[in-house]
Design a protein around this ligand. Structure first.
Ligand code: NAD
Length: 326
């Protein structure tokens, strides 16, 4: 079996690749793995160091928009797990063209090549942000897509291209939509690693607006196990929400983090709110639970403590990446 992992040098893609190659997914135990990653600022080959010597891994530095390269790599591939994306909302507010290019055009390039190569399963990794913002309750998979940021709009575009390749060409595509991930190896521009590394270095943390924005925090390992269930047994053409983490306001998340790191609220620096900041995300993950037996395993306190420990112990990983926001 051959698996093509795009974006496998990023936060979530590298977790998936490490887990797969270290035997966490028995159905893929013997799989040959090709990681295709452009190594943008967010991609880091260090993230694959624990499996770098594994003879079943081939790393290719390249762009998912490069149709010739993608077609070549797709030959003989059974399963595509597509993580590659521009992923940071704040950057998409400053300029959206890279987001449209990679997230929409890149996904289309992969879908086209997968169709031509007769790939058996294509898992498109998407986000709960495509649904927009919800005051109360949770989104089921059939909810309308109402993305608000350029990032989520570009992801919604890629979700719709995935749907179209299934409806038009019967390419066996599944889409997953997950809530906010946290864990080791996350680039320190995102909220939790930014806050953890700032606090480790004695700097204050910037809290947007009134801190009342609500997110569901799921450990990256639970997300990747959900993706694997979909890769193995998801029904072609279906969307699966992945969630069930811990729902917190940003303010409460910050307080939990400060408590875990033995610090207090004086380390918080309020900053102007993000433009168009979605108030609350919440996915209903009953479908993947009922159909595929998914349930999250990592408790938030345990996952947060392990994540803080990882950043504390891996200064040499984080220091080159960190642009401290004092
Ligand atoms: P990330 O930014 O850490 O990693 C993205 C990876 O994609 C990087 O290694 C980067 O080099 C690579 N990449 C970017 N453009 C590329 C291109 N044109 N060609 C090849 N490679 C390219 O992102 P992440 O947090 O690991 O997210 C992975 C996926 O999961 C994304 O599709 C994201 O939308 C989705 N997702 C993320 C979260 C989250 O909380 N981080 C939640 C739900 C869904």
């Amino acid at each position: 079996m051959r698996v093509l992992i795009t974006g496998g040098a990023g936060f979530i893609g590298s977790h998936y690749a490490r887990q797969l190659l270290q035997g966490a997914y028995p159905a893929f135990a013997d799989a040959e793995v090709v990681v295709l990653d452009k190594l943008t600022y967010a991609g880091n080959q260090e993230n694959l160091r624990p499996v770098a010597e594994n003879p079943r891994l081939r790393f290719v530095r390249g762009d998912i928009c490069d149709a010739e390269l993608v077609a070549e790599l797709m030959t003989g591939v059974d399963v595509v797990v597509h993580f590659a994306a521009e992923s940071h909302v704040d950057r998409s507010i400053l300029g959206a063209s890279d987001f449209v290019r990679t997230n929409v055009v890149g996904t289309d390039t992969l879908l086209q090549a997968a169709l031509a190569a007769g790939v058996g399963k294509f898992v498109h990794v998407s986000t709960d942000e495509v649904y927009g913002s919800i005051e109360t309750g949770s989104w089921p998979e059939e909810h309308a897509l109402e993305p608000n940021s350029p990032y989520s709009a570009a992801k919604a575009g890629s979700d719709l291209m995935s749907r179209a390749y299934f409806r038009t060409h019967e390419l066996p595509v599944c889409v997953t939509r997950c809530s906010n991930n946290y864990g080791p190896y996350q680039f320190p521009e995102k909220l939790l690693p930014l806050f953890i590394t700032n606090l480790l270095d004695g700097h204050r943390v910037p809290l947007y607006g009134d801190g009342g924005n609500v997110r569901d925090w799921l450990h990256v390992d639970d997300h990747c196990r959900g993706i694997q269930l979909v890769a193995e047994s998801g029904r072609p053409g279906e969307v699966y929400n992945i969630g069930g983490g811990t729902e917190l306001t940003n303010r409460r998340l910050t307080e939990r983090l400060l408590e875990a790191m033995g610090q207090d609220f004086s380390m918080v620096r309020p900053v102007d709110d993000r433009k168009g900041h979605d108030r609350r995300y919440s996915v209903d993950h009953a479908k993947i639970a009922a159909e595929l037996g998914y349930r999250p395993r990592v408790g938030f306190d345990e996952g947060l403590a392990e994540t803080i420990r990882w950043y504390r112990e891996n200064r040499s990983w984080r220091e080159p990446l960190k642009q401290v926001q004092k």
